[in-house]
Design a protein around this ligand. Sequence first.
Ligand code: NAD
Length: 499
Amino acid sequence: MDTVQHWIAGRHTAAGSTRTSPVYDPATGEQQAEVLLASRDDVGTAVAAAREAFTSWSQSSLSVRTKVLFAFRELVNARIDELAELISAEHGKVLADARGEVQRGLEVVEFACGIPQLLKGDYSDQVSNGIDVFSFREPLGVVAGITPFNFPAMVPMWMYPVAIACGNTFVLKPSERDPSASALVARLWAEAGLPEGVFNVVNGDKESVDALLDHPDVAAVSFVGSTPIARYIHERATATGKRVQALGGAKNHAVVLPDADPEFAANHLVSAAFGSAGERCMAISAAVVVGRDGDRLLDLVSKKAGEVRVGPGRDAGSEMGPVITAQARERIVGLIGTGEQQGARIAVDGRGLVVPGHENGFFVGPTVIDQVTTSMDVYREEIFGPVLSVVRSSDVDEAIALVNANPYGNGTAIFTSSGEAARRFQRGVTVGMIGINVPVPVPMAYYSFGGWKDSLFGDKHVHGPEGVAFYTRAKVVTSRWPHVEADDGRVQLAFPTSS
Ligand code: NAD
């Protein structure tokens, strides 16, 4: 059986710890590999390698960094299919979806290729007599990324291209459930000419995460995962003085107004709820149907949900794959059951789905639950599976209030043909990323990605301009080159002001 190792100082290594965790094929339910779980000492070795590499990488010219980034971009682009197969094999998502995730991650690499432009400082000439002021930004040092299972390539790519382009060195702790994409990415960085120690991967669980959070040589932590862990990461890492951006879970609502085209809205609701088996932080998990004529939309959604072809991600005919683990499937099935017990109506039931030839795979079929209220568990919990809850609402203001009463604030969308309603919605919701007739509004790499409220702890979103700001700190220089003879030579104790 394959053992997925760490990548430290430019090579794969088993380091010291012998603890392991199984890596499953979610389509068959069988273990296909194991991954090493780093000890505190192993993390110390990776951070030491990154710290040593920082000395020279932080001093490397912008031209050198840009060349490495362009080379890395070409290599990832050439290996999209290989990456997608690794992702699909361990995560379970369909190949087209896996390719899409690499493509969206690659866009952050492309953004980071423009680092000379992004790191340009400001300059003010003659702010006072003979005095100029200018500013520039410097890297922080060793920065860490801790990432979730659901986007094993894209989410780390939200972080390390920008961090490395800014002159930092990086230690990635990917999800232990699907670690192989990160191992391939590490080799591609080496092939691209990135010096040893600039990019490191430690595989692991809580022990390795805690070691990163506590390590005095880690300057900043980027985290993406569930809300309880995000909150914990933020508290523990800020307590040791680190910069932290910790992105958490989500409950994304799509509000459908009566003036929306039902066919268009139903297609997009089904795509956004069941793509990647609902295991996306930007998945639509609650449809808020406004007005009395919601049944027509519900019928369309139910019909289309029932037609989704579920099967192994590697099969070309599959539109939706399994969920990540047997425990995840049990949790999702259990939550659907609570919906039924608490009075909701199961319009499409994916609990009994069996995929022929894959009876032990972790499959749950698309599920649509109608007549959900905000007090039910299916509404309150982040299900993170192929379940769409339908909530009814009487008008757009009530729908906005409902979205805002939810503790999460990652993404939301509205379907309407009214510009006035859309504008009221975009200005009224307390959510970070908003789609207007776009159900999964993941911002392009040159904008920043981040939610509000319980969906993000910290004050900077990832990638885009906020990513550059997160991974750098500013210096402002006030400069004078005097003619000593022209100086009046007086001592002046008053606070300096400009003249
Ligand atoms: P998770 O929180 O279980 O794990 C995320 C990372 O934290 C992993 O690397 C894991 O090893 C580590 N971890 C888990 N438990 C830990 C603990 N007790 N102490 C320290 N570290 C721990 O999340 P997941 O199940 O891998 O991913 C799904 C979650 O991620 C969902 O809640 C989803 O909404 C969220 N997510 C959010 C975004 C976003 O942008 N806001 C993006 C993707 C996923």
